[in-house]
Every structure is written in structure tokens, then in C-alpha cells.
Design a protein around this ligand. Structure first.
Ligand code: FE2
Length: 295
């Protein structure tokens, strides 16, 4: 049986069939999925029973996994999952829903803001793969926005205005917008802003896209309030319903997305019940902008 992909949204997103991702893949199967990612930016695999081991092995077909350090405030001794797995559940290491006041929980609420994974890293992520192990009974949909379609729909004046702009991204900007403003010196150093172009060009297809994220809090050379108004305005444009796919999770779904071409967010859910979602992240291979010069 060969890989087939059916588009399930007017502008992007494909649902994949004809492939068993719990086994080692043949090179032509990997190539078919990569081509699907280039075209659809988000791929949905239904009813796949994956262990952490198999999810990591499947993910490595598309490049090395990202080193997750520096992406969260969770201490190593509080981790629930092994290295290589990003825990985006609401569970503590004993498997119970986190307390309401848990700093880890409050930090993770930032995933409910529109973002692109790891845009706060100097070399941001390529793909993310999210597997639903326990689905919450109420809410918890993940929404994806096609940043290529959003870019294409901008007027010529706006395209010219933003063409060469470079933003600064930090977890402190996204969390700061939720009122989380207290960080240790060590965290401040870890969350130091990085630079990202506002307009990206896909390395394979050559399509341009808006590279937005709630982690973006400044634009180089632009006064901060003006920069933030522009970023809000672009985000509002890019997340109009016509550019957004809503994924209602079923147990054993795997969704993979290209962070270079999309944004996403999770919606609120009933946090008294578990939501066990496990992410692997395929590392990117290059920065999008020249780094901040050393002082
Ligand atoms: Fe995310």
C-alpha cells in the first residue's frame, strides 16, 4: 500500500493513510511525507498507537531531535517523560493534574497563545509531532494557522513594509503578556531574546510566510509600542478563520506540523481531568536572521 494524502481544509492540512508509522519507514515513504509537509504544512495521522520510543524513531526520519533544554522552567527532577519527549500534558511527574498555582502549569498556559514552537531559539524548530495519549473530555482542540496563505493575502504595501524586518523572540515576551514577569537570573539568561526574520522563505518550495509567534515582542529598529501594534495587527490578520484548521483530538491521533509555515495554539480544557499529549520536535538547521552582535 502506498502513502496517500487527502487535503482536509481549503488552504492546507492533509490526512495521511497507507503507511504504518509505528515501523521503520522506507526512504520513499519518508520522501512522500516530507513532500506532504512541504505542500500541506500540517499532516494528520489517525488511530496510531505509538510508544515514546516509536514516536522518537518516526520523528528522526526528518532530522535530529531538538535539544529541549532552555525551553521550559520545569526542573529536571520534576520531569515526567524521558529526554527527547516534550511534555505538553497537564500532569505532574506522579501523573496527576498539576495544582492550579503550579508555576509549571501557569508557564505551560502560554501554549494557549498563538505561537510557532521554539521561535525563541536562535535556530528554531523544523517540525513538531504531537501524539494524543489521553484526550481531555472538554475542550483542548489545537488550532493551526497557515502563515503562507496569510502572507499571500497581505496587501503590497504591507508586504513591502515588513520584507526586511527582524523580530526579537523570547519566552519572557509570551509569558510576560500573561502577567508572568518574575524570573530568576538563570531563567533570564536562558530566555535571552533571539532574532528572527518576520518574513521567511521555505527552503524547498520557495513560498514565503509570515513568521509570527507570541514569543515575538520587539522589532529591531522600531519603537516597542509601534512594533507590538504591528505584530498584533499581523497576528489578527493571520489567524482569521479562513486560514485556520481546528483539530479535535481523538485518542491515538498524531499531528505533525511545519513550524516554519504555521502557527498553532491549544484551547482551554477541563484541567481537573488529564490531557496527556506528548511532543517530539525536529530541529531546524539554520538561523533565520543574523544573531545579536556580542557587546
Ligand atoms: Fe506549541
Amino acid at each position: 500500500m502506498s502513502v496517500s494524502i487527502r487535503q482536509i481544509h481549503p488552504v492546507f492540512v492533509g490526512e495521511v493513510s497507507g503507511i504504518d508509522i509505528a515501523r521503520p519507514l522506507a526512504p520513499d515513504e519518508v520522501a512522500a511525507i516530507e513532500a506532504g509537509m512541504d505542500r500541506y504544512a500540517v499532516l494528520v495521522f489517525r488511530d496510531r498507537r505509538l510508544t515514546d520510543e516509536r514516536q522518537m524513531a518516526f520523528s528522526r526520519n526528518f532530522g535530529p531531535l531538538e535539544d529541549a533544554r532552555g525551553g521550559n522552567i520545569t526542573r529536571p527532577e520534576d520531569r515526567r517523560l524521558e529526554v527527547g519527549m516534550n511534555d505538553v500534558s497537564n500532569l505532574d511527574k506522579t501523573g496527576r493534574p498539576m495544582d492550579r498555582a503550579s508555576r509549571q502549569r501557569l508557564f505551560n498556559l502560554g501554549n494557549m497563545l498563538w505561537h510557532s514552537d521554539s521561535s525563541f531559539r536562535a535556530i528554531p524548530a523544523k517540525y513538531s509531532l504531537l501524539s494524543a495519549r489521553i484526550v481531555n473530555p472538554i475542550g483542548g482542540n489545537t488550532e493551526y494557522a497557515d502563515m503562507r496563505a496569510a502572507y499571500d493575502a497581505l496587501d503590497a504595501g504591507t508586504k513591502a513594509l515588513i520584507e526586511d524586518l527582524v523580530c526579537e523572540h523570547s519566552l519572557m515576551y509570551s509569558r510576560g503578556s500573561l502577567g508572568m514577569l518574575d524570573y530568576s537570573e538563570e531563567e533570564r539568561a536562558m530566555f535571552r531574546p533571539v532574532r528572527q526574520r518576520l518574513v521567511r522563505t521555505h527552503p524547498v518550495t520557495g513560498r514565503r510566510s509570515l513568521y509570527l509567534s507570541s514569543h515575538a515582542g520587539a522589532i529591531v529598529g522600531v519603537p516597542t509600542p509601534e512594533a507590538r501594534i504591528l505584530l498584533r495587527d499581523l497576528t489578527e490578520h493571520a489567524t482569521q478563520r479562513m486560514f485556520v484548521y481546528v483539530h479535535a483530538w481523538r485518542p491515538r491521533d498524531l499531528v505533525m506540523w511545519d513550524n516554519r509555515q504555521t502557527m498553532h495554539r491549544v484551547r482551554r480544557y477541563d484541567e481537573s481531568h488529564p490531557r496527556d499529549m506528548r511532543r517530539t520536535t525536529v530541529a531546524g538547521d539554520a538561523p533565520t536572521a543574523a544573531p545579536v552582535e556580542a557587546a
